[in-house]
Design a protein around this ligand. Structure first.
Ligand code: ADP
Length: 484
């Protein structure tokens, strides 16, 4: 009820362009669905190319003044945004649970994450340091300044509908960029709520814009426009590649956080209880719908049986249902297509010879899928290469350290990875060789707003978090002085 009240009281029915709340030109709306019940909970403007262009007009007009404002002024506005996110954390968490489905306590953790990013970049805004260096001639001086890249298009996914918006916009705005956000069509309300608070925080008109609607026409308008100088995208590798190609003709800077396919390696000498607890969090958080979720659990022969027994027991205790019911650990999947996809991957694994161990029974309505552990999964099952994005845990057996690393790296992506062992040398050897941007060591959660998050190979390029995240939105400019 609180979440519905937020939608009504905050009037989350219009998009945000140039500091104003706007309908689509066509007046059409796009429904927003509660994934736990399947009902319509709201509607946002069904915008297309012309509205996206208007947002780019606003962002490019706002850019000269915003990028030359004192960094400490930008920092102060960001700090107010951070404080407003905190003041409204319960309303924001309710909204996330309602439109995205994750259990309320996980939604609260998401809001805390968003606050942390806003806070970090309100501080980092003042630290866009340049450099000087010794010249190679006596009468020369060399100065390197940092400048905001320009108008940024930010396309965000539905799995962290608030944090992904803040994690992109806070550093972009800190750097002096202006932004046009296109949130995922499944979860536009959290982005509009973030815009409400940004408006209150005092970002000038045009600095922060949110355009809602179907992805393709808006995506084409954003990527095709030469005034947009950078695309920051989080989503699937498939869409990321397509957007990268669309950005090529205008040579935009890119920050791409794409799919992962995280290996979770448990060595013979690991603390099995710690490994089981880490695998539970890594696999089942957000019902398995994160790009860092363990997608392939590799367990060494000597502890395979012990690990499997404890992991199945732990996964069988999980509760599943509407995220507003206290104590629920697993919410629904985002939509019907997500359920259909995991069903296909599970059937494929079963045909290939995997054994299935189902957990809790399903609630009656909504887009749920049962938690499932799959053991002795053959390496040629489709789920080895595809992200499940669901509470389904495939376990593979291996024998040697070398084999684990080879298997872990045998995919085209490289975002997160996990290794469990109590031998520091072994951990370092494995971490050195894993093709991944992040390695969780005896830890199933790796998020930190000050650390560089991002992937290698087809998991994308660029990093979010820390000073690395700010650098993405800055270009160095080299000034060469002849001082006469
Ligand atoms: P997921 O598999 O997580 O749903 P997607 O890559 O489909 O990932 O979605 C991530 C974001 O990309 C969403 O905001 C979605 O609307 C957007 N998106 C999907 N297809 C396109 C497209 N053709 N052009 C622009 N944006 C797109």
């Amino acid at each position: 009820a609180r979440a519905r009240a937020v939608i009504r009281d905050w009037d989350l029915t219009r998009a945000y362009i140039n500091g104003e709340w706007r309908e689509a030109d066509s007046r059409e709306k796009l429904d927003v669905i509660d994934p736990a019940k399947g009902d319509v909970i709201g509607g946002v403007p069904f915008m297309r190319t012309s509205e996206a262009r208007r947002a780019i007009d606003a962002a490019s007009e706002a850019f000269p003044a915003w990028s030359t404002r004192l960094a400490k002024d930008r920092a102060a506005i960001l700090r107010r945004w951070r404080d407003l996110l905190e003041t409204h954390q319960e309303e924001l968490a309710s909204l996330i649970t309602l439109e995205q489905g994750k259990p309320y306590d996980q939604a609260m953790r998401e809001v805390v994450g968003a606050i942390a990013y806003a806070e970090w970049y309100s501080e980092e805004a003042k630290r866009a340091y340049g450099q000087t260096m010794p010249a190679t001639q006596r009468d020369r001086r060399v100065v390197v300044q940092k400048h905001a890249v320009g108008v940024v298009a930010a396309i965000t996914p539905w799995n962290f509908p608030l944090t992904m918006v803040v994690r992109k916009c806070a550093p972009a705005l800190a750097a002096g960029c202006t932004v046009v956000v296109k949130p995922a069509e499944d979860t536009p309300l959290s982005a509009l709520a973030a815009a409400k608070l940004a408006h209150q925080a005092g970002f000038p008109p045009g600095v922060f814009n949110v355009v809602t609607g179907l992805p393709q026409p808006i995506g084409e308008a954003l990527t095709g426009d030469e005034r947009v100088r950078m695309l920051s995208f989080t989503g699937s590798t498939e869409v990321g590649k397509r957007l990268m190609a669309q950005c090529a003709p205008t040579m935009k800077k890119l920050s791409l956080e794409l799919g992962g396919n995280a290996p979770f390696i448990v060595m013979d000498d690991a603390d099995i209880d710690v490994a089981v607890a880490g695998a539970m969090i890594s696999k089942f958080r957000n019902s398995g719908q994160t790009c860092v979720c363990a997608n392939r659990i590799f367990v060494q022969d000597g502890v395979y049986d012990a690990f499997v027994e404890k992991f199945i027991a732990a996964s069988n205790t999980q509760t599943i249902g509407n995220g507003f019911i206290p104590g629920m650990e697993l919410g629904p999947l985002i939509n019907r297509q997500a359920v259909a996809k995991v069903e296909r991957l599970v059937q494929n694994a079963q045909k290939a010879g995997a054994t299935l161990h189902y957990g809790a029974e399903l609630p009656a309505d909504g887009h749920f899928t049962r938690p499932l552990v799959m053991t002795d999964v053959p390496l040629d099952a489709d789920c080895f290469d595809e992200e499940l994005f669901a509470p389904v845990a495939p376990i593979y057996r291996f024998e040697t350290e070398d084999e684990a690393i080879t298997l872990a790296n045998r995919v085209r992506t490289g975002l997160s990875s996990y290794v469990y062992s109590r031998d520091v040398g072994r951990i370092q050897r494995i971490a050195d060789r894993l093709e991944a941007g992040v390695v969780g060591i005896n830890d199933g959660t790796t998020s930190h707003e000050g650390a560089p998050f991002g992937g290698v190979k087809e998991s994308g390029q660029g990093r979010e978090g820390g000073h690395w995240g700010l650098e993405e939105y800055l270009e160095p400019k080299y000034l060469n002085y002849a001082i006469g």
